[in-house]
Design a binder for this molecule. Structure first.
Ligand code: WT7
Length: 573
């Protein structure tokens, strides 16, 4: 356990110069003073993140969105964003959509995605961002569970929305389509935006009123709707300053898609809350494209993920050399960073990569390495000022240093989820050991209070940093007539952290072939989502099951890894 390298603090000035000192004097009330609702009592994150820069701070001409892809470049200023989001809020209001209604976003990364997101929130509605790669069933499940009334989408994505199958869904607002292609219930985004007024007073709320609903996977059941409120702005602002260390002259790029929590908190709202542009790069990943993006905007603070760093490292040290980069702080999230990647970044950028651990449910960064503190390579350091972390046992008792247990956070920080949509029982499961929020991850704390991540303690899979529930993939596989049973696990992979591996038993009358394997992969890819499709499929005569008939994924996993299988007392024969 105790064999690691220590990297000295990053040079330069930081928003937090000394962790212990900062924690001593920290109060959330002081952070709240940064917001105008602290004195006016009028709460809406869209005001704090957008309108305020125009109305109170004279920053209307500053860029709020810097979008580019291979074909075009678009800059949206804070004044434009204020006007465009007001228009979209008016569009929704005119359709009779009210405070608290769910309006979904199913749009690839684009200025329109961010404008409509801002408009939904400004109108007091609950935004439901959907990852652009979701296919029919994934989209339908989320719209149905949330009883969404409207969705904003594009001509290219709209065929994956089956409006007839979602009774609550009344309006489909389509970006970039010809009038003649629109069904009677479809609305042209361009048309209604052109007609709408750019005046709209944000719908004033309380800080506990909901802002967005993001579905995430657990080890069982369908994805759950994690509900966040406007109060998350306090956590976003604080972590933009403390873990992302964003300062006045920084240029910040978070590479995450706005369909996931990192994108919502750090590609969209976090930058706006500190008066910065969000940089959005459309199109596919390539090392050259990303280095060009870093160079083009002069990015100084960069937030990305281990899989992306590993893919960049695989392009070779030489690939970086032709670019003039200004990076000074790099952060990472989603899965463990391996020491090789940290060493690669030190070598090619002369900058450390800082771990930031958090979850859809926690809303904002929770346990992070900070630029002012040494890094014990492999550790996540300590919780953000204002949050207490502990390692607890299965009864909720706090464990002493050097013992593995449940990574837990004392509940109540701003940004913590408010609800699991229509599922209080599920919500309560996280808080069974009051006052602890139990994350589902395992970790230990060393004698110095540094936290060392050890992996999930459930069957949730992290593949390329994305969270996939095995149950969803298994359910999809057994929909195929050739599959009688399926068990899905994460199999360790050098680049992606894990890949999805499915074990299946065939239905009577079917025989295994390469073609069937390919067909099954495609079946999941086109039915659910590309990132959820198994990369490997193995056929078994039958799968290990409990006596009550549940497939034992941990047995499949142990067998795959060549590890001891453990207690088999509940196994069927
Ligand atoms: C799970 C939550 C990608 C967006 C943020 C994650 C894992 C998160 C780290 C980290 C090791 C990490 C955990 C966590 N995770 N950050 N720095 N090191 N693992 O949100 O998709 O809800 O996933 O991601 O297992 O529980 P998410």
């Amino acid at each position: 356990m105790e064999n690691y390298e220590v990297l000295p603090p990053s040079p330069g000035k930081h928003n937090m110069e000394n962790y212990d000192e900062y924690c001593k004097n920290f109060t959330w009330e002081n952070v709240e003073k940064e917001f105008s609702w602290n004195t006016t009592g009028k709460v809406n994150i869209a005001y704090e993140a957008i309108d305020r820069w125009v109305d109170e701070k004279g920053k209307g001409n500053a860029p709020a969105i810097l979008y580019s892809d291979a074909e075009k470049e678009v800059t949206v200023t804070f004044a434009d964003l204020k006007a465009q989001s007001a228009k979209f809020a008016n569009v929704l209001t005119k359709l009779g959509i009210k405070k608290g209604d769910r309006v979904f976003l199913f749009i690839p990364r684009s200025p329109e995605m961010l404008i409509s997101f801002a408009g939904i929130v400004k109108a007091g509605c609950i935004a439901g961002p959907l990852f652009e790669a979701f296919m029919e069933e994934a989209v339908k499940d989320r719209l149905t569970d949330s009883e969404a009334v409207a969705i904003v989408t594009t001509a290219g994505q709209k065929s994956r929305i089956k409006k007839d199958e979602v009774p609550s869904l009344k309006h489909v607002i389509v970006i970039g389509d010809q009038e003649s292609n629109l069904a009677p219930y479809e609305i042209s985004y361009e048309k209604v935006m052109a007609e709408a007024s750019a005046d709209f007073t944000p719908v004033w709320l309380t800080k506990d009123d909901p802002m967005f609903l993001l579905y995430t996977s657990g080890s069982t059941g369908k994805p759950k709707g994690v509900l966040h409120s406007h109060e998350i702005m306090v956590g976003m602002y604080h972590t933009m300053r403390i873990s992302q260390d964003v300062q006045d002259d920084d240029v910040f790029w978070c590479t995450a898609d706005p369909g996931w929590i990192t994108g919502v908190s750090y590609s969209v709202w976090g930058p706006w809350l500190v008066g910065k542009a969000t940089i959005i790069r459309g199109g596919r990943f390539s090392a050259d494209d990303w280095y060009q993006t870093l160079e083009k905007y002069g990015v100084t603070v960069w937030y990305s993920a281990p899989t992306a760093f590993r893919m960049l490292a695989a392009a070779g040290d030489e690939a970086v050399k032709k670019y003039k980069l200004k990076l000074r702080h790099i952060t990472s999230v989603g899965e463990p960073l391996n020491p090789e990647v940290i060493m690669w970044a030190l070598r090619v950028f002369n900058v450390r990569i800082h771990e930031t651990f958090f979850m859809t449910e926690t809303g904002v960064n929770m346990i992070c390495c900070y630029p002012s503190e040494p890094i014990k390579v492999g550790s996540m350091f300590k919780p953000i000022p204002g949050v207490e972390a502990a390692i607890t046992d299965d009864e909720g008792k706090v464990l002493p240093p050097m013992q593995m247990g449940n990574l837990s956070l004392k509940k109540g920080w701003p940004g913590m989820m408010k609800e699991i949509w229509k599922n209080p029982a599920k919500y309560n499961e996280y808080f069974e050991h009051d006052p602890w929020y139990v994350s589902g991850d395992q970790a230990y704390m060393d004698e110095d209070g540094y936290i060392w991540f050890q992996g999930r303690n459930d069957d949730v899979i992290k593949t390329a940093g994305e969270r996939v529930g095995p149950f969803e993939v298994e359910s999809k596989l057994v929909e195929h007539p050739a599959v009688a049973e399926a068990g899905v696990i994460g199999k360790p992979d050098e680049v992606r952290g894990n890949i999805i591996k499915a074990f299946i038993a065939l239905a009577p009358g079917y025989t295994w072939s390469e073609e069937l394997g390919e067909e099954l992969k495609k079946f999941v890819k086109t039915g659910l989502a590309a990132h959820a499709a198994p990369r490997e499929i193995e056929v078994r005569d039958k799968l290990p099951k409990t006596r009550s008939g549940k497939i034992m994924r941990r047995v499949l996993k142990a067998q795959e890894m060549g590890l001891p299988i453990g207690d088999l007392s509940t196994m069927d024969d």
